[in-house]
Design a protein around this ligand. Structure first.
Ligand SMILES: Nc1ncnc2c1ncn2[C@@H]1O[C@H](COP(=O)(O)OP(=O)(O)OP(=O)(O)O)[C@@H](O)[C@H]1O
Length: 245
């Protein structure tokens, strides 16, 4: 029997309530493994962004624990957590978040210059990413001169250049046309499989989620379903609550 890849990231009995409102997350536990691409789905207000913020250390749980490898995020002060994010996590957003005053290549390399320990890019890995993501033509240009798909591929290279253990993506295909979005997801799949990256992606799109190894469906701050790869029409039915898995 082959053993499962190690859990890179783990939420243990996590709770989060904002102010006097209802709980945004209630007793959520989940493990995320190396080489896995997980979609987080659920209706608006179900807790997807809250979960992503807690897993990435951008926000604190009221109770429970988030672990990245051996490190409990709650044991770290704000600076140490920022450094951990800088060294071991990557982020991809719906709106790309590229700086228009920098070229594509400068955007890709920017995170290496920030943080406490500036680093230089591993040239082989950088070349590999540029080839895989097909962005050689975009490196000298401003993001304002690039298509949405090119901008997102630059943003993916930026998120991966420092070889993070975990990549968080928030609606990464939300601003892209369908074909470009599928292309971006195909790139995620190959990066995750070939390089053992752990990726967690919030999406509202059942087709995007169906391209993931695993789908967590949140409802009212709890994990309602934890599914292996699932067809888009089944996910769409689950989301509108017509079917119980
Ligand atoms: N900063 C905040 N202050 C107060 N309440 C918040 C805050 N952030 C989230 N909430 C509440 O927590 C709950 C979960 O919100 P969250 O943003 O995690 O949901 P979501 O599933 O990501 O929603 P959406 O799909 O609309 O982005 C909601 O009831 C929301 O109103």
């Amino acid at each position: 029997m082959t053993s499962l890849p190690r859990a890179v990231l783990e939420a243990r009995h996590v709770h989060r309530t904002y102010g006097t409102g209802p709980a945004a997350l209630t007793d959520v536990s989940a493990e995320f493994r190396a080489g896995s691409l997980t979609a987080v789905m659920g209706p608006s207000g179900s807790g997807k962004s809250t979960l992503l913020h807690l897993l990435s250390g951008l926000d604190d749980a009221d109770h429970g624990e988030i672990r990245l490898g051996e490190t409990a995020l709650g044991d770290l002060d704000e600076d140490a957590r920022a450094e951990l994010r800088h060294q071991r996590m990557g982020f991809v957003f719906q709106g790309f978040n590229l700086l228009p005053g920098l070229t594509g290549l400068e955007n890709i390399r920017l995170p290496l210059r920030l943080g406490r320990r500036p680093a230089t890019a591993d040239p082989q890995w950088e070349t590999y990413l540029i080839d895989l993501l097909d962005i050689a033509d975009a490196l000298d240009r401003s993001p304002t001169q690039l298509s949405g798909g090119q901008q997102q591929r630059i943003a993916i290279a930026r998120a991966l250049l420092h070889r993070p253990d975990v990549v968080f993506a928030d609606e990464p295909t939300g601003s892209l046309d369908v074909a470009t979005g599928r292309n971006v997801l195909g790139l995620f799949s190959s990066l995750v499989r070939e390089h053992g990256i752990c990726m967690v992606m919030v999406t509202h799109d059942p087709v995007a989620a169906s391209m993931c190894d695993r789908v967590l469906v949140l409802r009212d701050g709890t994990i309602e379903h934890d599914l292996a790869t699932t067809a888009p029409e089944d996910l769409a039915r689950l989301l509108i609550g017509h079917v119980n898995a």
